[in-house]
Design a protein around this ligand. Structure first.
Ligand code: NDP
Length: 295
């Protein structure tokens, strides 16, 4: 460990599952770690491991030059940070906000921080709590490059990969939203698939190896689609929209035959049918990204 991290102190505000994991990783890395949570008592295990449990948010932020915030959303983060006593203590210190919310909220909180002389970086965590402190963790950051470089040694204690995406403060949240869009629509498809499979007498366990196979098809499709979407050329070779929409209709039909809501797939089918109606039937499904983005 470098002498820099040995001397560093960090405060973690928010001790939900993720906040506790972050604080635990800082402790494991030997950093002096102060913690605080709105509801008392959530710090017990961390304190047993050597963390300092602060009695108030202002006492917590006073203990370190760097405060990491990780709560449910920016309403919660703002409720903690924007209280007068806390904002006063934060003046001249750094906040790294790893709470998930929208790019607009990140920009708004950054503007507030600037008005109050608080140094501010925004970020997002793209992997579950179990990855924190391990090579599998993925963090993205945005804001001042210089400030990021200054605090990078402490952030590195969280393990995994850290990527600075640019100085525009909303950029990490923009990536986060796009990536969570992929995740939650995929999960919505997965749970729906499990319901339809079960109605057909197929258990989740039986489907699992094949479900994983479908997941594995996606990464190369993401690579190819990136080229198409950025170039504006949507090859339907091998799987034109007219063919895709037919398979979607089968899913809707089977699902509704069993009385299972098919709203998510109906929405996808509707987008594909509109694209076909606009003359894009021979093109690939990714043409819809361009159509959705039209203003
Ligand atoms: P939650 O999203 O449930 O957040 C819980 C934390 O938010 C607790 O510390 C809770 O305090 C606090 N909180 C909620 N409302 C308020 C409020 N009004 N004022 C002050 N504090 C409040 O759990 P996580 O810890 O899992 O998530 C934290 C962040 O990390 C979220 O933005 C989440 O999206 C993100 N994240 C989580 C991942 C995960 O695997 N868990 C993965 C990637 C990102 P209290 O105990 O007092 O209720």
């Amino acid at each position: 460990m470098s002498s820099h991290t040995e001397q560093s102190a960090v405060t973690v505000l928010g001790l939900g599952p993720m906040g506790r994991s972050l604080a635990g990783a800082f402790l494991d890395a030997g950093l002096r770690t102060t913690v605080w949570n709105r509801t008392p008592g959530r710090d017990r295990e961390l304190v047993e491991r050597g963390a300092v449990g602060a009695r108030s948010a202002e006492a917590a932020v006073a203990a370190s030059g760097l405060t990491v915030v990780c709560v449910v959303n920016y309403d919660a983060a703002d409720a903690i940070l924007r209280r007068g006593e806390v904002a006063d203590v934060l003046k001249g210190r750094t906040v790294v906000n790893l709470t998930a919310d929208t790019p607009g909220r990140a920009r708004d909180t950054a503007a507030w921080a600037a008005e109050h002389g608080i140094r501010y970086l925004d970020g997002a965590i793209m992997t579950p709590t179990t990855t924190i402190g391990t090579p599998a963790a993925v963090f993205i950051h945005s804001g001042s490059q210089e400030l990021y470089r200054e605090h990078r040694p402490v952030l590195d204690a969280l393990g995994g990969t850290h990527t600075h995406l640019g100085e525009e403060i909303g950029r990490a949240a923009a990536y986060d939203i796009a990536l969570l869009d992929i995740f939650w629509t995929a999960m919505a498809g997965y749970v729906h698939a499990l319901a339809v499979a079960r109605a057909e007498g197929v258990t989740a366990r039986e489907l699992a190896p094949f479900a994983k196979g479908i997941g594995a098809i996606l990464p190369p499709i993401f690579e190819q689609s990136a080229e198409e979407v950025d170039s504006g050329r949507f090859s339907g070779e091998g799987n034109p929209m007219t063919s895709a929409v037919s398979s979607m209709a089968h899913i809707v039909h089977t699902s509704e035959t069993h009385g299972i809501d098919a709203g998510v797939m109906r929405a996808a089918e509707g987008m594909a049918r509109r694209a076909i109606g606009q003359g894009h039937g021979a093109e690939g499904f990714t043409r819809i990204a361009e159509i959705l983005g039209r203003r």
